[in-house]
Design a protein around this ligand. Structure first.
Ligand code: AVI
Length: 326
């Protein structure tokens, strides 16, 4: 089976529309047909994802926030002088962390890395009222942003890289290990890495989180087809596709698909594509891997980190792991 190579949930950078066209062509002609999940996040997709994070059936965001607030003084102790958040989103989590760290925290340089300009300006706004915090933004991919962030070390102290929201779950295992390796390479021994990961939980709860009764996740998924129509001049009738979610227990991942309701011909002019989909045929749009707490420690250790603490939110089935580069 061809693997869906993912680089996180970032919006495509401006001007990369032809990359989108190339990827749509490459991935839709593979078997199984697929689309990279990063393209789910255009403006509407990002707004729908924000709404998902508020749904009662999607506990990840609230669970992670509880853990960040509870353990902030340990996470952001006085030795940390540089924070690098990979995929800053709205900045709400980092704000909560800094606020809850209280007076124990010293002066901070905060690097926000995101491909979305609007996410960076929202996150900068959320952080600007903190004293002794200097904000530096990097409108680029995780990997490039990380390299840029570690270049200047204006004052002594440790760096702390954050990768929250279980974004690691959207990487397939080889991509995940490559990503963790690149984080480790960018950091110095003694620097910290905080990783938020969603845990394996009962199938019923997982399916509800990704196929919510309000249909917000279905809209998030089908919006990818609307984006293809709009940006690449596709002729896809959204009503001809349903949101389909399954728990692949063997691979420990939730899979999101778009299932064709009938045999239909799809034309996407800008991607130079014209093909027929059979009734019931699917387009695989996202994988969301779920882990057990010990597996998180093992993957970090394999990548050159040593686990310093792991905190679990049992109600939300979520783990926050603090590791140190060794
Ligand atoms: C961004 N990412 C961690 C989310 C997840 O849970 O895999 C994306 C998402 N897809 C459907 N709901 C949320």
């Amino acid at each position: 089976m061809t693997t869906n190579v993912l680089t996180g949930h970032a919006t495509t950078a401006p001007g990369s529309r032809s990359r989108f066209a190339i990827d749509v062509r490459d991935f839709l002609t593979q078997r199984p047909r697929q689309l990279p999940s990063r393209y789910l996040y255009d403006d509407l997709g990002s707004a729908l994802f924000e709404a998902i994070c508020r749904l009662p059936w999607y506990p990840l965001t609230r669970a992670e926030l509880r853990l960040l607030e509870t353990h902030a003084p340990e996470i952001l102790n006085a030795g940390v002088t540089t924070v690098i958040e990979l995929g800053s989103g709205s900045g709400a989590k980092l704000s909560a962390l800094i606020a809850a760290a209280g007076s124990g925290r010293g002066r901070l340089d905060v690097h926000l890395v995101d491909v979305s300009k609007s996410a960076l300006s929202q996150a900068s706004g959320a952080l600007e009222s903190f004293e002794n915090v200097r904000i530096l933004t990097h409108e680029t991919t995780y990997e490039i942003g990380l390299e840029e962030s570690v270049l200047p070390r204006p004052f002594p102290g440790r760096r702390l890289a954050l990768f929250l929201g279980s974004n690691i779950g959207n990487f397939d295992p080889p991509g995940r290990d490559a990503f963790l390796g690149s984080v480790r390479t960018a950091l110095d021994a003694g620097d910290g890495f905080l990783l938020g990961v969603d845990l394996v939980k009962p199938e019923r709860d997982l399916l509800l989180a990704y196929d919510d009764p309000l249909g917000v996740t279905a809209a998030f998924n089908r919006n990818l087809l609307a984006r293809i129509n709009r940006e690449l001049q596709g002729n896809i009738d959204l009503d001809d596709f349903t949101h389909h979610v399954l728990w692949n227990e063997g691979r420990s991942r939730i899979e999101m698909h778009l299932r064709s309701r009938r045999r239909q011909r799809i034309r996407i002019r800008e991607a130079d594509l014209d093909f027929v989909m059979a009734e019931g045929e699917m387009i695989w749009t996202e994988s969301s891997y779920k882990y057990d707490p010990p597996e998180i420690g093992s993957m970090l250790e394999r990548s050159g980190f040593s686990v310093r603490a792991q905190w679990i939110d049992a109600a939300g089935g979520f783990a926050l792991t603090l590791a140190e580069a060794v």
